[in-house]
Design a protein around this ligand. Sequence first.
Ligand SMILES: Cc1cc2nc3c(=O)[nH]c(=O)nc-3n(C[C@H](O)[C@H](O)[C@H](O)COP(=O)(O)OP(=O)(O)OC[C@H]3O[C@@H](n4cnc5c(N)ncnc54)[C@H](O)[C@@H]3O)c2cc1C
Length: 372
Amino acid sequence: MTHPNKRLIFVGGGHAHIYSLTHAHRFGAEGAEVILIGPDRFHYYSGMGPGMLSRIYEPEQVRFDIQAIVESQGGIFVKDKVASIDADNRTLILEGGEKIGYDLVSFNIGSHVPLHLIPGAEGEAFPVKPIENLEQIRNTILEKLTMGTPTILLIGGGPAGVELAGNTWRLVRDHHGQAEIILANSTDRLLPNVAVKAGRLAIQSLYERGIKVLPNFLAATMSQGLVRSQSGEEISYDVAILTIGIVPPHTFIASGLKTSKDGALLVNDYLQSVDYPEIFGGGDCIAIQGRPLGRVGVYAVREAPILFQNLLASLTRKPLKPFRPRKRYLLIFNLGDGTGIFVREPFVFKGKLAFTLKNHIDMSFMSKFQVS
Ligand SMILES: Cc1cc2nc3c(=O)[nH]c(=O)nc-3n(C[C@H](O)[C@H](O)[C@H](O)COP(=O)(O)OP(=O)(O)OC[C@H]3O[C@@H](n4cnc5c(N)ncnc54)[C@H](O)[C@@H]3O)c2cc1C
């Protein structure tokens, strides 16, 4: 049985929505009008972002044309961002001022770098997200290389900091330039959320290429090409990139929805808001009640088919399916020199094989969601 005149809105065309968007005709077949709201027609795949900085990959290889995808499935693309949600009236308020009503809505609006944690960072440093920033970072580095030997500073030694330091090295090398690359980290351990061995392998790889790793540097303020740490140390830089972690958007708290402490939409095992059953979500912007998960793309991708099934089930009034996250997952870090660090605990190793595998996985993932 079909349910005409239902409106299903996807907010953000991120990793958790891509499966639903490429199968959106299935919602149409149930009588739903499908709308995707996003700030740009392209969504960039973060896993290949560092490789885009160094041009292992061209931008076209790293992005989904989410507008073309949804339109090819009979849906509508609205270029805007959701500013807030009036959940009681099932209405989204867009930044452009428009209001759009929904019967069913799903959020995949990702996360951002909390620039406010370092006073002065806004306008001084490039946040690593959105991933599109990497193109601007690349252009700025290339411009600075033409003027001399710039200092390129990365603040934050997690996966993004390590991958970007390695790929900045490659960018400089491939342009026959000279640069001082510094990775400043608040502790003495890189890649703090995975096995210690991975962090050691990362330090060794960066060190061998002349990249300076500065431990125990907790950036406190930034101003006019200078960053000062909490203990008073200073580093001057020509280009600064912030990779200090990510936080969910403020949208859900600001809209009065139930959230986790850090502001992620609180959902149940069905990826459904705990207080509004017609609101769903996936990826970095949600928190599953009682099961905190790491904010990694792997989970967003694994949630994607469950989200699809549950949105379809909600339209057709069928039972929902729980998302059962696996604790263990594979991570491979692209070091920018043709090698990678493979982590699937307890296995950790570094080498060309790891990068070859990552390249294969990422390219296969991308090829599934291309429209011609
Ligand atoms: C450099 C880097 C490398 C990474 N590498 C890996 C990796 O190899 N493996 C891994 O598992 N994880 C990796 N991660 C983590 C990964 O980026 C995130 O976990 C992943 O992007 C989450 O996907 P998402 O779809 O939830 O969010 P996002 O990828 O951030 O997508 C959100 C989308 O929503 C849109 N949007 C935002 N706000 C709004 C709004 N208000 N209204 C409408 N649309 C909106 C955005 O434009 C974007 O298209 C990496 C992160 C970085 C920064």
